[in-house]
Ligand binder design. Structure first.
Ligand SMILES: Cc1cc2nc3c(=O)[nH]c(=O)nc-3n(C[C@H](O)[C@H](O)[C@H](O)COP(=O)(O)OP(=O)(O)OC[C@H]3O[C@@H](n4cnc5c(N)ncnc54)[C@H](O)[C@@H]3O)c2cc1C
Length: 303
């Protein structure tokens, strides 16, 4: 119930405006967001790299309603790609199609994505297209597979909560496209998604096995220790080398586990979001673990 309420709040513009301007909430958001500027995000990336942890940078923003804003978002990502190269950082980028104008027009979005893919290809940097709510799943997969014909440095994300995902996994494997597997962070109706966590977890493991065996450098993105243990067991059993996949986690969550996996010789990548548009991202993190709400509330009240 609380989870659904938080996910509903993530989409409310009036609440976003109110919370985004609250100084205490802004400071509390820093637990999950690397900062508001690229300099701050690069400092976090450098420090993670020092611990042999790779990074994916996300310039926060989604559902833009203006074509100029969507073009500016693509240009911002090009700046990030250049900064990654200049700094010699072990980092790639994660982008959301609605930040590049998907709500306005698929053509505009494709134009923006193609522009940044060209620069990423020149610099040999991988681009991950994040997965948003189920209304965008088909469009996202179609767009990624269309660009995959010209670029081998593009990949996307699938969510084990959706009924359709095993079929998407099969298609992405067939097209030799890199996949990040997640459980899913959006509020979805029972017509498209498993309502029970046990089913979401069971389907995660099913898709993970397929990706580990047949996928192209899959990303096992979860903080779920039981699933991580199963990935390690399965890879060892099938003699899949640790270099053939990576674990991914979110900035600010289970730092201990990130470091432990890196020490054990696994590839680990941390998703590092930054920017001023942190409100929907933060509410999704609160919905995943409502205890986080107490942490934020504690900060606000202490303030
Ligand atoms: C690198 C990465 C990229 C992602 N990209 C996408 C995407 O493109 N689209 C999408 O829909 N979703 C994305 N997600 C979010 C994902 O769908 C889940 O909502 C999120 O990872 C929580 O699920 P879990 O797998 O960690 O398992 P859960 O069963 O939710 O959690 C397992 C354990 O992890 C810890 N944990 C989980 N979440 C939190 C939290 N917020 N705060 C503190 N502890 C926590 C807790 O200890 C919990 O018991 C991404 C996740 C990661 C790690």
């Amino acid at each position: 119930m609380l989870k659904d309420t938080l996910l509903y709040m993530a989409r409310q513009e009036r609440i976003r405006r109110f919370v985004s301007h609250n100084g205490f909430a802004r400071r509390a958001a820093r637990r999950f967001v690397a900062g508001e500027t690229l300099d701050e995000a690069m400092a976090v990336a450098t420090s993670l790299n020092r611990q042999h942890i790779s990074v994916s940078l996300d310039h926060l923003g989604e559902n833009v309603t203006d074509a100029a804003e969507a073009r500016a978002a693509a240009q911002d990502y090009i700046t990030i790609l250049d900064r990654i190269t200049d700094a010699g950082a072990d980092a790639n980028i994660s982008v959301k199609l609605t930040a590049l104008g998907l709500d306005l027009s698929a053509d505009l979005c494709r134009e923006n994505l193609t522009r940044l893919m060209r620069r990423a290809a020149e610099l040999a940097i991988f681009v991950r297209v994040d997965m948003e709510g189920s209304a965008y799943t088909q469009a996202t997969i179609d767009m990624v597979l269309a660009l995959r014909r010209d670029f081998d440095n593009i990949g996307t994300v699938v969510q084990s909560m959706l009924y359709r995902t095993p079929a998407d996994v099969a298609r992405l494997i067939e097209c030799r496209t890199r996949v990040r597997l997640v459980k899913g962070a959006y509020l979805e109706p029972v017509s498209v998604a498993y309502p029970k966590k046990a089913d979401v977890d069971a389907h995660y493991i099913e898709c993970m096995h397929a990706l580990l065996e047949c996928g192209v450098y899959p990303a096992i993105a979860t903080h779920d220790e039981r699933i991580i243990a199963e990935a390690r067991r399965f890879a060892a059993h099938k003699e899949i080398a640790a270099a053939r996949f990576e674990f991914q986690m979110l900035y600010g969550i289970r730092r201990d586990l990130q470091e432990r996996l890196a020490r054990d010789g696994y590839n680990v990548r941390v998703y590092v979001p930054y920017g001023t548009q942190w409100y929907p991202y933060l509410t999704r993190r609160l919905a995943e673990r409502p205890a986080n709400l107490m942490f934020i509330a504690g900060n606000v009240f202490r303030g």
